[in-house]
Write a protein that binds this ligand. Structure first.
Ligand code: FES
Length: 560
């Protein structure tokens, strides 16, 4: 295949002198014939496969399907690894390493001879990390997400990894499940490779990659073990070769309008709160001025349609069968910018205008939306001058407007020590506050925001209370949980000044989070603030602490 434009990889191979010769010779040492240098585009297959990341454990097979497609279309696939971020296993939190993976992806793409790249991801942070890296490197790129795992099946019940696990754990803590039953659940809640099968962060980010136009239509929801996952991977391999000829780069796809479409889709699917941080970070990589206010403005006028846990009833398998992201996008097409370009080379409108919905209970029609507004609301107030986030569709309606007295945990360890204390002085009106869990404070901005219900409340049958922190929360979690309070307490944000007994008002309809402490008293408390000692004095941890931005800016490094 001859391309009109000189290939990027030719800078490595099509050069006179020793280095052109030696690069060809060294690549041929892998057993390739000389024909691979005959003007064929070299396609990197960026694989985040890892056995330490169960969600991505099937990506070698997906890579083989991609390579079939690349060869068939006249390209040459070259697979390469990056670090992989396994949400369940990485300490202290995979978010600490999202930016490291983004740098790994960017520098691998930038530094190696490739004309286009196929990005293989799945687990929560691997999707935004690859999008961030590919956006910065800006060569033609297409993403193939790994798909959700099979639905869990316990006895006669379908259960979703993440959301149902947490609910069942609360029953176990209350003695309503036996050890034996708990072990049984452990063996059947996650039945295959693939990411969590609720609308958690991984499903959300896969859906938003599709909404941004960075995957082929319909990619996000195909279950990981489904043969159609490999079929779409093969198509993606074919397509990237054409994208190289068209010079279709992320910078042409990732426009402000595309991000606004993604925010709309995020609201319509009841997506994870983590999407806010990740979309902000990806947007900043391409100098797109997306802000927290865009999320709130678009949320107010986008109905939540997707009835999938944790906001709804179903799981990703049913979402896929109902039509997946294309069906959602068709339903909200009047709210989207249909002209946005995608990896297909066509517009969003052209991609989805024929999409069918096969199950109105799973993807509700606009007239019968789960809620008139989107899932995520942005709060502001004297407790969060730079914003905070709540997933209102996963919150208890009676708590969306609530004034209560704070009970403060100074950090996560203190919370863990106290939460099951039978004498903990809290009731159903209390507001649980946890500090030092933000990007610098924890560090790494872990998913600790879903403070468990204190045992004393569980025993009284209380199912939810207002919880506030500067942490994130797993997208699979639920409850009236205010997150991402910015600035965080560890840098002297107002959260650092809250004391047990202070009154706090959460008013989600008014988008307000207010600490009832007089301004001069608040000023005195903050003037006396002393930052906690840094968690790291060397290595990547120090780089992170020195350069990570706050939640409202996406927590990328300030130099990226
Ligand atoms: Fe990987 Fe849930 S643990 S997506």
């Amino acid at each position: 295949m001859k391309n009109a434009k000189k290939l990027r990889s030719a800078e490595w191979f099509d050069t006179p002198g020793y280095y052109g010769f030696s690069r060809k010779a060294w690549l041929r040492s892998e057993g390739f014939g000389r024909h691979i240098f005959d003007g064929k585009p070299l396609i990197g297959v960026c694989n985040s496969w890892s056995e330490l990341n169960n969600c991505n454990a099937h990506l070698r097979q997906v890579a083989e399907a991609v390579k079939r497609g690349v060869w068939a279309a006249g390209g040459v696939p070259l697979e390469f690894p990056t670090i992989s971020l396994g949400e369940m296993f990485l300490r202290p939190t995979s978010m600490l390493l999202r930016n490291l993976m983004a740098m790994d992806v960017e520098e691998s793409v930038r530094g190696y001879p490739m004309d286009g790249v196929v990005l293989l991801c799945g687990c929560d942070k691997t999707t935004p990390a690859q999008l961030m890296g590919a956006a910065s490197a800006d060569i033609p790129a297409i993403m193939v997400t790994g798909g959700p795992m099979l639905s869990g099946q316990w006895r006669d019940r379908k259960i979703g990894a993440g959301t149902d696990g947490r609910k069942l754990f609360d029953l176990f803590r209350q003695g309503k499940l036996t050890e034996e039953e708990w072990c049984e659940i452990e063996g059947c809640i996650a039945r295959s490779a693939g990411h969590c099968t609720v609308m958690g962060t991984a499903s959300t980010m896969a859906s938003l990659a599709e909404a941004l136009g960075m995957t082929l239509p319909g990619c996000a929801a195909i279950p990981a073990p489904d043969s159609r996952r490999l079929e779409i991977a093969e198509h993606s391999g074919r397509r990237i070769v054409e994208m190289v000829s068209e010079d279709l780069r992320p910078s042409r796809i990732l426009t402000l309008a595309a991000f606004r479409n993604a925010v709309r889709v995020d609201m319509a699917i009841g997506g994870s709160t983590n999407a806010v941080v990740h979309l902000l970070a990806i947007a900043r990589r391409v100098q797109v001025p997306l802000t927290l206010d865009d999320f709130d403005r678009l949320s107010r006028s986008t109905p939540c349609l997707v009835n999938v846990k944790p906001s709804g009833e179903y799981l990703m398998e049913e979402f896929h069968a109902a039509g997946g992201v294309p069906a959602v996008m068709r339903r909200i097409l009047p709210l989207l910018d249909g002209e946005c370009l995608t990896v297909t080379g066509r517009s969003i409108r052209e991609n989805v205008e024929q999409a069918e919905c096969w199950n109105d209970a799973v993807i509700r029609p606009v007239e019968n939306a789960l809620s008139a507004e989107g899932g995520t609301a942005i709060l502001r107030g004297n407790l969060a001058p730079d914003g905070a986030v709540i997933k209102q569709t996963a919150a208890s309606p009676h708590l969306l407007r609530r004034r209560g007295r704070a009970y403060v945990f100074e950090n996560y360890a203190e919370m863990q020590r106290q939460i099951d204390d039978p004498g903990l002085p809290v009731d159903e009106n209390s507001v649980l506050v946890m500090k030092n869990c933000g990007p610098k404070g924890a560090p790494g901005f872990p998913e600790w925001g879903h403070i468990p219900l204190p045992r004393v409340l569980l025993e009284r049958g209380v199912e939810d209370v207002v919880r506030i922190s500067d942490a994130r929360m797993s997208g699979t979690s639920f409850g009236t949980v205010v997150l991402h309070v910015a600035p965080e307490s560890a840098v002297g944000g107002p959260l650092a000044a809250v004391r047990t007994g202070d009154e706090i008002t959460l008013d989600v309809p008014a988008r307000s989070l207010h600490l009832h402490v007089a301004e001069d008293e608040l000023g005195r408390r903050l003037a006396a603030f002393e930052p906690p000692p840094p968690h790291y004095t060397r290595g990547y941890g120090k780089l992170f602490l020195d350069h990570v931005t706050q939640a409202n800016l996406g927590c990328d490094f300030d130099f990226l």
